[in-house]
Design a binder for this molecule. Structure first.
Ligand SMILES: Nc1ncnc2c1ncn2[C@@H]1O[C@H](COP(=O)(O)OP(=O)(O)O)[C@@H](O)[C@H]1O
Ligand SMILES: [Mg+2]
Length: 304
């Protein structure tokens, strides 16, 4: 009997397009390898589709809000069908940059200094606070977004214009800017899969640098670091994965500056197109795209 896989992709987040891409590519690969596959949106028809198709596993290819933050995972728990990646609580903690950074700090994982800004402070107070706690330039970012959507590097001159342009979020994170190198680590179950370095041609690893091949971000693998340092960053990623309670695959994003690794965030639903970073790290370890997908499917579970 062919295994039946339902792929969830699309959704309503700002990363919808990326998710559709992940869904299509995973579906293509599975169909080539004799799985029975359907793709569905996580919408009102999902229950009906699941009842009719009765999948063996649900592959969650969603990113961002309502796909990566515990909401859809809560619904998936009710179907009693194994689903991929992290469960409800780990997903919601990892998606919330404020909460996850507080957990990193408690566990002695270095993360850039930050505070949360909620649009009710006077401009001069904010400037004073930044000068005292962080110093310019700073990074302004949403608390629960991905793909560098609405992430900005700000100075004294442009910060109010930028804050104003994203005030729909109500609260945003203001973080100390860390220079240096950009290194990301993939964890697979309880194993350190590997690391990759990104060298964007743009000012930072923004949305264009991530998805527009014309932006020409350089991917470097293996990462040129002394073995001890490479181990250190991989151990930090494994520690983050473990303390947040993640399952399956995660990808942790670091900056490396003056000998120190700063963890920016952990992603519980990293991109899974053939050209995404985790598949690239896996390929370097001789794990093909289909083998990676099959591992993720085998690791799917109900978390409760
Ligand atoms: N504190 C920081 N210092 C320097 N660069 C940062 C900082 N925070 C974010 N960035 C840049 O923005 C990118 C996206 O930030 P990240 O926190 O990983 O959010 P996202 O969830 O959107 O990926 C990072 O990969 C990095 O290039
Ligand atoms: Mg990131």
């Amino acid at each position: 009997m062919k295994k039946k896989i339902l792929i969830l992709s699309g959704g309503i987040s700002k990363e919808r397009r990326i998710s559709l891409n992940t869904g299509l590519q995973v579906a293509k690969e599975l169909k080539k390898n004799k799985y029975k596959v359907i793709i569905s949106e996580p919408d009102i028809n999902l229950s009906k589709i699941i009842k009719k198709f009765n999948p063996d596993v649900i592959f969650n290819a969603l990113h961002g809000q309502f796909g990566e933050d515990g909401y859809i995972q809560t619904i998936l728990e009710t179907y009693k069908i194994p689903y991929t990646h992290s469960g409800v609580i780990a997903s919601s903690i990892a998606m919330d940059k404020e909460v996850s950074k507080k957990i990193f700090i408690k566990n002695k994982i270095i993360t850039p200094n930050f505070f949360v800004y909620s649009y009710n402070e006077t401009n001069s107070n904010l400037i004073k606070k930044i000068n005292k706690q962080l110093k310019f330039p700073v990074v302004v970012k949403p608390l629960n977004e991905g793909s560098s959507v609405n992430v900005f590097i700000c100075n004294k001159k442009n910060i109010f214009r930028i804050l104003n342009s994203i005030k729909n979020y109500k609260k945003v994170m203001i973080e100390e800017f860390i220079g240096g190198r950009e290194i990301q680590v993939a964890i697979m179950g309880n194993n350190k899969l590997g690391a990759i370095e990104l060298k964007p041609k743009r000012k930072f690893y923004d949305y264009q640098a991530k998805y527009n091949t014309k932006a020409k971000t350089k991917h470097i693998i293996p990462v040129d670091l002394p073995k001890k340092k490479l181990n250190q960053v991989m151990n930090l990623a494994l520690k983050a994965h473990t303390i947040i309670g993640c399952s399956g695959i995660t990808r942790s994003d670091f900056k490396y500056y003056k000998g120190k690794f700063y963890l920016l965030e952990i992603n519980t639903q990293p991109g899974m197109t053939k050209l995404s970073l985790v598949p690239e790290i896996a390929a370097h370890k001789n794990i093909s795209f289909i083998k990676l997908i099959e591992w993720i499917l085998k690791n799917a579970s109900n978390k409760k």
